[in-house]
Design a protein around this ligand. Structure first.
Ligand SMILES: *Cc1c(COP(=O)(O)O)cnc(C)c1O
Length: 213
């Protein structure tokens, strides 16, 4: 990451590591916190609920991001447990999140996940629906919307998708860009990522299959 920042002439303090910790056991997460990581991303509310309450109690400065798709029946638990929602992808979830944050008196910064590759199996709002969802989040719901997130198609050149996401964020005046995983975080940093989500490059390979994105 330091090398990628130097290459891109960027201050490393402007790029946050949100360590993608799905499938990693609590002992690995404790070790990662001891090594200095302070932001983690989990894909599933249920898995996070099993692993994180004890870790967060012991390390209250740690920030937990939801980086996987959110079902409306899990919004209440998600707002109670997470510190940021990086995967808002539709109006219904945005509305539930706004209502639940008000009910719990909690403020979780949100990102909208954009399906930049228009992949039917992948979460994220389409390019066509993005402006309307941004407007809903900001103007109607007053959600703390901070930026955009994407996962490029596996076979695609990630630079194209990162550049697109950066352009969209700039157009809508959104400062946070969550993009880049183990295989492409250097490219993401070069294209302006403010948050990267490496997993296996930090923790080693996961032994089970990935949950759906
Ligand atoms: C698993 C995952 C990552 C990390 O993937 P790696 O290839 O292990 O770095 C990043 N973002 C999301 C949304 C993920 O699901």
């Amino acid at each position: 990451m330091a090398a990628a920042c130097a290459q891109a002439a960027r201050d490393p303090d402007t790029v946050r590591i949100v360590a993608a910790s799905k499938m990693q056991p609590p002992a690995m997460l404790s070790a990662a916190i001891a090594a200095g990581l302070d932001s983690f991303g989990e894909n599933r509310v249920q898995e996070a609920k099993a692993k994180w309450p004890a870790l967060k109690a012991a390390h209250p400065w740690v920030k937990l991001h939801l980086i996987g798709p959110l079902q409306s029946n899990k919004v209440k638990e998600a707002v109670a447990l997470f510190d940021a929602i990086d995967s808002v992808d539709r109006a219904k979830i945005a509305r539930r999140l706004a209502a639940e944050m008000a009910a719990q008196d909690r403020v979780l910064p949100c990102l909208i996940q954009v399906n930049t590759g228009a992949e039917p199996q992948k979460a994220g709002v389409t390019l066509a629906d993005l402006p309307e969802l941004i407007e809903l989040c900001r103007d109607a719901l007053d959600l703390p919307l901070r930026g955009l997130m994407c996962i490029p198609p596996a076979e695609a050149d990630p630079a194209y998708h990162f550049a697109l996401l950066a352009k969209l964020a700039a157009r809508h005046d959104l400062p946070v860009l969550s993009m880049g995983m183990s295989g492409d975080f250097e490219t993401a940093i070069a294209m302006g990522a403010t948050e990267i989500r490496p997993g296996s490059v930090l923790f080693g390979p996961r032994d089970s299959a990935d949950p759906p994105a």
